[in-house]
Design a protein around this ligand. Structure first.
Ligand code: WTA
Length: 672
């Protein structure tokens, strides 16, 4: 294990000037009532969250708002039954039948934008659900792995699963077949749903071969996949490179012919049954399957979509994230559809074929709510200074999520993308939390560039030091960001690993493991943060071995293990390096086994191994083959020192190391 960097340091931050929500925005907002914070006061906890649940249709109303008997596995809206697909699709038919539910924007600009109405979505989801149930034999509680890119077939498949109570586990399409296999194995999926190909930077890239790799690798791990269901980017045409495996692979388009017009009764699910798994990186090698619930999760994201994203049925909402991440699950699919929104799915990269693309899409579709990450904002800013001002799009609301945003970049987003007329929310949350935790309420609170804002109504953040002592707001000291109370959107557990769930998020600050009082179980997020005297939370970054590359979470161990699959490599250490556009990128240091010689070819092979095993997003910025790693006397690799070298910072005192001389040698190698 790497020696941890000290988590506590004094922070001297410039206090940023506040911006106020535009009056036009306030005039139409779903929530303008400042007393909302009182309604969600701790005295009203947990009953205040009834407001969230009441946004949904329930088949059976729930009797217990929060059951803490199995703390810290919280159960929300116990006794209630509902169906998520009914809530996102069926119930909107009466009023919004002919309204666009999903706009699909293909990456190729000359390809037609598809508009899927709620009626059409209903039909397609039902036919898909019929295939999953009657052809694939899936039933409530089964897990199915999805490895789907950004096309409408992804939400259609998710909703079809939800209709049946089948637990979906979508793996980001950029992940490798091997990464997909690990998730198939962990979730024990017997069915894999994929697509033949999709567009990325103007090229139709093969995707099906990843399914073949995944099935083979999962099989070796002991998990057999019986059926691979393949959507086609162009229905009827197969664009994969690998041939079809007879008796295992089936084209959805062919199956659909048999299930045309099928209707499938939504399965009424207990609120506490899982809706989906979302794997995310943690400090140890294996990704964690975060289990998200049916009732609590949907109630939470519906409320956030209505009041924080301010989605009205007449709005056109575009979240540029990938549905393969939690942001896409909560804020492209489930939240916006639960509130009868129109949600945009864009297939490709924002700057294809040029950085004006997002603003042309926004113009053409009349997008008025826009949602993206600091990495995308930095990229667009770098690529074309005041380009957005040359387009006629008009946003009322914009979101930033996934990484800290520099105040300068925030101001560009506000002034240039939003033309000074859109309210901005900086939403802090995680895969584990299901929905936002910290953000301003857009029509109620001022905005402060670089700060996420206070805890949302009903969410009580606190910063604790290592001993569990509270650091007071305004003290200018950083510590571990925690949430005092449970909330309905929070994960229920880690799939098949309750122990790891408790250990990772709760043990650090729990004093009585037998307590069933939620006050004894602060949730530890794994981020360092400072809370200002106005209660605005400023996130400084992860405190564990997790890298945040362009807003994507990657475990250091996953990357290091991938490097070690190259035979010559003896040791590997990955560190995060500041990057102008992506926020941070990984640098990889490796040492070789005795007798092995460094070469450029070897460095290239190591880099390729990382992208093959984990996925392209994990590809190191640099691979440095070093003579030895800086180590403590007890043999721990000092990643902190390597990080200082990569970031061209002072390495500090190294004399206590076992091999202090190596530090200067590595510094010269890296910095020249
Ligand atoms: C980081 C993404 C600063 C944070 C929704 C967190 C942020 C991790 C913000 C979770 C924000 C997310 N400001 N940092 N507004 N939002 N993060 O699980 O370090 O992919 O712990 O969920 O992203 O990443 P994840």
């Amino acid at each position: 294990m790497a020696e941890q960097e000290s988590k506590h340091y004094d922070v001297t931050m410039q206090e940023e000037e506040c911006f106020y929500p535009p009056v036009e925005f306030i005039g139409q907002a779903n929530c303008t009532d400042p007393s909302i914070y009182e309604r969600f006061s701790l005295e009203n906890f947990p009953e205040c969250f009834k407001e969230h649940a009441d946004l949904l249709d329930w088949d059976d109303y729930w009797h217990t708002t929060l059951d803490t008997s199995d703390a810290p596995c919280w159960k929300w809206f116990v006794g209630g039954k509902l169906n998520v697909c009914h809530n996102c699709v069926d119930r909107h038919l009466q009023q919004h039948r002919n309204k666009t539910a999903i706009y699909f924007v293909p990456e190729l600009e000359e390809e037609r934008i598809q508009k899927i109405t709620y009626q059409e979505l209903y039909r397609r989801v039902n036919e898909t659900a019929a295939i999953l149930r009657d052809f694939a034999g899936l039933k409530a509680g089964d897990r199915v792995t999805l490895h789907l890119p950004m096309t409408p077939e992804l939400p259609i498949t998710m909703l079809a699963c939800a209709r049946l109570g089948v637990i979906h586990s979508e793996v980001f399409s950029g992940f490798s077949g091997k990464a997909c296999a690990d998730r198939i194995w962990d979730s024990e999926s017997e069915v894999l749903i994929t697509m033949d190909a999709y567009y990325r930077s103007g090229n139709l890239i093969d995707h099906k071969s990843k399914a073949d790799e995944a099935v083979e690798a999962a099989d070796k791990q002991g998990q057999k996949v019986n059926k691979v269901l393949i959507w086609q980017r162009y229905p009827g045409t197969y664009n994969g490179e690998q041939s079809i495996v007879e008796g295992r692979d089936y084209f959805m388009n062919d199956l659909l012919q048999q299930y045309k017009g099928s209707e499938v009764e939504p399965v009424s699910m207990p609120a506490e049954e899982p809706l989906f798994l979302m794997y995310t990186s943690g400090s140890t090698g294996r990704p964690k399957g975060c289990v998200h619930s049916t009732g609590g999760y949907l109630a939470y994201v519906a409320w956030m979509s209505k009041y924080v994203q301010d989605i009205h049925p007449e709005d056109v909402y575009w979240c540029m994230a990938d549905i393969g991440w939690i942001t896409g699950h909560s804020f492209i699919v489930y939240g916006p559809l639960a509130v009868a929104g129109s949600t945009v799915i864009y297939e490709g990269v924002p700057t294809y074929p040029d950085p004006g693309r997002p603003w042309r899409v926004a113009e053409e579709l009349g997008v008025n709510i826009f949602h993206t990450s600091p990495t995308a904002i930095r990229g667009l800013r770098k690529a074309g200074g005041d380009l957005p001002l040359q387009y006629n799009h008009q946003f009322k609301h914009m979101t930033t999520v996934g990484e800290p945003i520099e105040p300068e970049v925030w101001r560009w987003y506000y002034n240039v993308v939003g033309k000074g007329k859109a309210v901005v929310v900086d939403t802090w949350w995680m895969t584990e939390t299901g929905g936002f935790l910290c953000s301003t309420m857009p029509a109620v609170d001022p905005m402060k560039p670089g700060s996420a804002g206070p805890g949302l109504p009903g969410i009580y953040p606190v910063v604790l030091d290592d001993e569990g002592k509270e650091i007071q707001p305004g003290e200018n000291r950083a510590g571990n960001l925690c949430i005092r109370n449970p909330w309905p959107g929070g994960m229920q557990s880690i799939w098949k690993n309750r122990e790891r769930y408790v250990k990772t998020y709760y043990s650090p600050y729990n004093k009585d493991p037998n307590s069933t009082d939620w006050r004894d179980w602060p949730y530890m997020a794994g981020d360092a943060a400072v809370i200002a005297s106005d209660n605005y939370v400023r996130i400084l970054g992860r405190v564990d071995d997790v890298l945040n590359v362009a807003g994507h979470r990657l475990g250091t161990k996953e990357i290091e293990s991938a490097a070690l699959t190259v035979d010559e490599v003896a040791e590997a250490a990955v560190v995060s390096v500041q990057d102008e556009v992506k926020g941070t990128v990984p640098d990889l240091y490796v040492s070789l086994k005795p007798g092995e010689e460094p070469s450029e070819d070897l460095a290239r092979r190591i880099s390729t191994a990382v992208s093959d095993v984990v996925g392209k997003i994990a590809r190191p910025a640099h691979v440095y083959i070093v003579a030895d790693m800086p180590k403590t006397r007890s043999g721990k690799i000092m990643r902190r020192i390597l990080a200082s070298i990569s970031n061209r910072k002072d390495v500090g005192d190294v004399m206590t190391l076992a091999n202090p001389h190596i530090v200067e040698e590595i510094r010269q190698q890296v910095q020249g």
